[in-house]
Design a protein around this ligand. Structure first.
Ligand code: CP
Length: 309
């Protein structure tokens, strides 16, 4: 069967089908079990980060090197001609994409990855996060981590906690899980950081269950996945941030009535929304989740750059 991800831009989760998501998850599992240093041989991939990153950039770079490819790029756009000489993003994209086989980018502006895809002359653009909009490759590793720990992507109770307004990872993951069956979403956030209306409207239109709660404690016993997020300091003003940052803090004692299979996920970095005593519980999975970023990104790049694996 043709690989529909071959040469595809990866900009937002709604543009990926359920079967494409399942193929990436399945491929990530295969590459975790059996690394393949040939899949990106002779391929050059740009990783250009116009916004700070630890996990996304380094796991992409690790993935590319483990698959036998070569990385070019930057982790700080401050030293580029865009920042120093006034070059436009569009011109930068046209030039960088002429050097490479695929182009991973993170940018603070919503829509930057899509704009890049219109000027990359067919070179696949992979969105490493665009403002508060989408973070599709985080979603791929989240899906892989959920499948790895729960054995399924259907029939799940999942709570999202924290900054649901600016947390692009929860937007992307909600849209991805909406493609699966029998998903119940529980949303827990300060009112001013609630899930955006457009996401709730998508759920309403698709007839998918979601509910809004004031506390984590009232839903923890029902959950398979508790997805914590940090309040996005960089997208709030200082006074809003000070009020919001301690709104929801998960401690180990709050997990006393959790199901055995409950896993706590977090895209990281964490600030203080998960206390370190949670790390030692059987429910903590956020560091394994971060490691899975390498396998999910290996799978994605292998499928985007190889018509057949
Ligand atoms: N989860 C995530 O995107 O982390 P970084 O910002 O460190 O890449």
């Amino acid at each position: 069967m043709a690989n529909s991800l071959f040469q595809k831009h990866i900009i937002s989760i709604p543009e990926l089908t359920r079967s494409e998501l399942e193929l990436i998850v399945e491929t990530a599992g295969k590459l975790k079990a059996e690394p393949n240093p040939e899949l990106l041989k002779n391929k050059v991939v740009a990783c250009c980060f116009f916004e700070p990153s630890t996990r996304t950039r380094l796991s992409f770079e690790t993935a590319i090197q483990r698959l036998g490819g070569t990385v070019i790029g930057f982790d700080n756009a401050g030293n580029t001609s865009l920042a120093k000489k006034g070059e436009t993003l569009v011109d930068s994209v046209q030039v960088i994409s002429s050097y490479v086989d695929a182009f991973v980018m993170r940018h603070p502006q919503e829509g930057a990855a899509r704009l890049a895809s219109e000027f990359s002359h067919g070179v696949p653009i992979v969105n490493g996060g665009d403002g508060a909009n989408q973070h599709p490759t985080q979603t791929l590793l989240d899906l892989y981590s959920i499948f790895e720990t729960q054995g399924r992507l259907d029939n799940l109770n999942i709570a999202f906690v924290g900054d649901l307004k600016y947390g692009r990872t929860v937007h992307s993951l909600t849209q991805a899980l909406s493609k699966f069956n029998k998903i119940n979403f529980f949303f827990i956030s300060p009112e001013i950081l609630a899930m955006p209306d457009y996401i709730c409207e998508e759920l309403d239109q698709a007839g998918i269950n979601y509910s809004v709660h004031a506390t984590m404690e009232e839903v923890i016993p029902e959950l398979d996945v508790l997805y914590m997020t940090r309040v996005q300091k960089e997208r709030l003003d200082e006074s809003e941030y000070v009020h919001m940052k301690a709104a929801y803090i998960l401690t180990a004692s709050m997990l006393a009535d959790a199901r055995d299979n409950l896993k706590v996920l977090h895209p990281l970095p964490r600030i203080d929304e998960i206390t370190v005593d949670v790390d030692k519980t059987k429910h903590a999975y956020y560091f394994q989740q971060a490691e899975n970023g390498v396998y999910a990104r290996e799978a994605l790049l292998a499928l985007v750059l190889n018509e057949q694996l």
